[in-house]
Design a protein around this ligand. Structure first.
Ligand code: SF4
Length: 345
């Protein structure tokens, strides 16, 4: 519940003043920043159009901004003309897509997040050691589709503890598991426990496949939810990590809403509210958080503060094919600049 709110709002009434607490860290992760920069650099170097398979990251504002600069988003390689510059999204792609691009000789820049590629390698290593692979993840998410298509022989997919009992494997002593990078840390721990109980010899990374950004944002929102009456999460409906943030708020008993942007905010949500928590999923630009804070200010005069948290300094190198092309054109890749707000005008 609220601490030191300017004015305590009575139940059911609209607030006269609000305290807004921003989670930290929130918003863009290193994988998203890298993916967006890859598309921007490709446009700069090769000129538009640059074709991107699937939304580069799950955020319509990011996609729209890049579309305006000349990126063309497609779902299938068949939609890409011969010889056109092609980028794979941050979620990764199945081997079949890599091979198809090779067969068509499409020039490809792979924006798969290095932490997703790491999960692919873990799965491949398990298969190399004769193990069947179980993936903890959500059916239909492009990262899951990419990972299951990167592991020879495919994977058994489980999402919940109940799915573990239904698994049908060749040899229960020869199994391993990997996880989607953007899961709930708590839910995944329970599924891993169930897997270990059913397959005592199972090998896997623990919860370590869940990426640093997902873990940090979940930890921050948990701290935030202890202090607020209402939680607003900026992120897309199809963004896995954003959904998990809103779920944490709900599980902790705080009314929580996942919103694309400030235009989705409803004044009624603020009845009886004194303190509002705000966070953003890993693919949501900071501009949307600023717009949201401004929108909250229209509900009632708002005092905004940051909830101190873990500082992130993670940066991933751009793909070699791109840095080589940049250097050929006299552009020195600069890893030192602050990319946090760079991309979305
Ligand atoms: S959320 Fe994690 S795995 Fe996904 S792009 Fe960001 S850093 Fe990579």
């Amino acid at each position: 519940m609220a601490e030191s709110a300017p004015v305590k709002t009575p139940p059911g009434e609209m607030p006269q003043a609000l305290r807004v607490i921003l989670a930290s860290p929130r918003g863009f992760c290193a994988g998203v920043e890298r993916a967006i920069e890859i598309v921007e650099r490709a446009l700069e170097i090769y000129g538009p159009p640059v074709y991107v398979r699937h939304e580069i990251v799950h955020n319509k504002h990011v996609v729209e901004t890049l579309r305006n600069k000349g990126a063309v988003f497609v779902e299938e390689l068949t939609e890409i003309p011969e010889g056109a510059m092609t980028v794979f999204s941050a979620h990764g792609v199945p081997q079949a897509v890599v091979k198809e691009a090779g067969r068509r000789a499409l020039p490809v820049i792979d924006a798969t997040c290095p932490l997703v590629s790491k999960v692919h390698r873990e799965g491949q290593n398990l298969v190399g050691k004769g193990r069947e692979v179980i993936m903890i993840g959500h059916e239909g998410h492009p990262e899951v589709e990419g990972t299951r298509g990167q592991i020879p022989g495919g994977v058994h997919l489980v999402s919940r503890v109940e799915d573990v009992e239904r698994l049908d494997v060749r040899d229960p002593t020869l199994v391993g598991y990997v996880t989607q990078t953007t899961l709930s840390v708590d839910d995944t721990r329970d599924v891993i426990e169930a897997l270990k109980k059913r397959f005592p010899g199972i090998k896997g990374p623990g919860a370590k496949d869940i990426c640093y950004a997902t873990q940090n944002r979940q930890m921050a929102v948990r701290r935030l939810a202890e202090q607020v009456d209402l939680l607003l999460v900026v992120g897309a409906r199809n963004s896995s990590n954003s959904n998990r943030l809103a779920e944490i708020g709900t599980t902790m008993g705080v009314p929580s809403f996942l919103i694309d942007d400030a235009s989705m905010v409803q004044d009624d949500w603020f009845r009886g509210v004194s303190v509002v928590g705000v966070t953003a999923g890993a693919s949501a630009p900071e501009r949307l958080v600023r717009d949201l804070v401004a929108r909250i200010g229209h509900v009632a005069p708002a005092q905004t503060e940051e909830l101190g948290g873990i500082e992130e300094h993670m940066q991933f190198k751009l793909p070699r094919v791109l840095t080589d092309a940049m250097r050929e054109r006299g552009i020195e890749p600069d890893d030192s600049r602050d990319r946090h707000d760079l991309h979305v005008a």
